[in-house]
Design a protein. Structure first.
Length: 213
């Protein structure tokens, strides 16, 4: 099984990861986590994560927390993704500000998703502030991930969005307004929300209201 995890054929690696999850041997945790850091195929990585969720959290969580300090971006990202799937609150202290602001977009996106799953009751406001500080970051994919993470926190994000809307940066204001629209209407499309927000920011809310009269 361990040899198959490193096979050249991704189908073979996928079957090996599936077998590891079915076997659920805690002795495999080191090999599975190490493979996550270097596995090039998305579907195999997803199966590796599933295999890790099948193991006792007291075995996997400490190993994954160690991986968060890796210099390898994929190692950090995949460890965060797996922690979000395990959902063990013991991992929350490992979701550091550094990870939430990681220079690598994929790591940051994984950190945002993990954070909103693991955040303890009462600490949502602080998390919302950390996330909102990154409004307008990155491309559409990154901004959508950030908006979804914020919206997952619920109404606690309203004050931080209002602060962003009162700021000087038009890109931040547009992203905040689009996020606010998603909070109020989860079925609203992100692209249309961004376009509408940019139009409002460009014209000013007073002119939009005047045009609607």
């Amino acid at each position: 099984m361990l040899d198959a995890l490193g096979a050249g054929n991704p189908s073979t690696r996928l079957q090996a990861a599936l077998a590891a999850g079915r076997h659920a041997d805690p002795g495999l945790v080191g090999e599975l986590v190490a493979r996550c850091a270097i596995e090039p195929d998305f579907f195999v990585r997803d199966m590796l994560t599933w295999a890790l969720t099948r193991l006792p959290s007291e075995v996997t969580v400490p190993r994954l927390r160690t991986e968060l300090g890796s210099e390898c971006a994929q190692a950090r990202s995949q460890a965060l993704h797996t922690l979000s799937k395990i959902g063990d609150g013991e991992a929350w202290p490992a979701i550091t500000r550094s990870l939430l602001h990681d220079a690598d977009d994929e790591v940051a996106r994984s950190a945002w998703r993990a954070a909103v799953v693991l955040v303890p009751a009462g600490e949502e406001k602080g998390l919302a502030e950390e996330l909102a500080a990154q409004l307008s970051r990155g491309d559409r994919k990154v901004q959508l991930s950030l908006s979804r993470a914020l919206v997952a926190l619920g109404d606690v994000i309203e004050p931080v969005l209002q602060t962003a809307l009162a700021g000087d940066d038009p890109a931040v204001r547009a992203h905040a307004r689009a996020t606010q629209r998603l909070l109020l209407d989860p079925d609203a499309g992100f692209d249309s929300s961004v376009d509408e927000a940019k139009r409002i920011v460009a014209l000013g809310p007073e002119r939009i209201e005047g045009a609607a009269c």
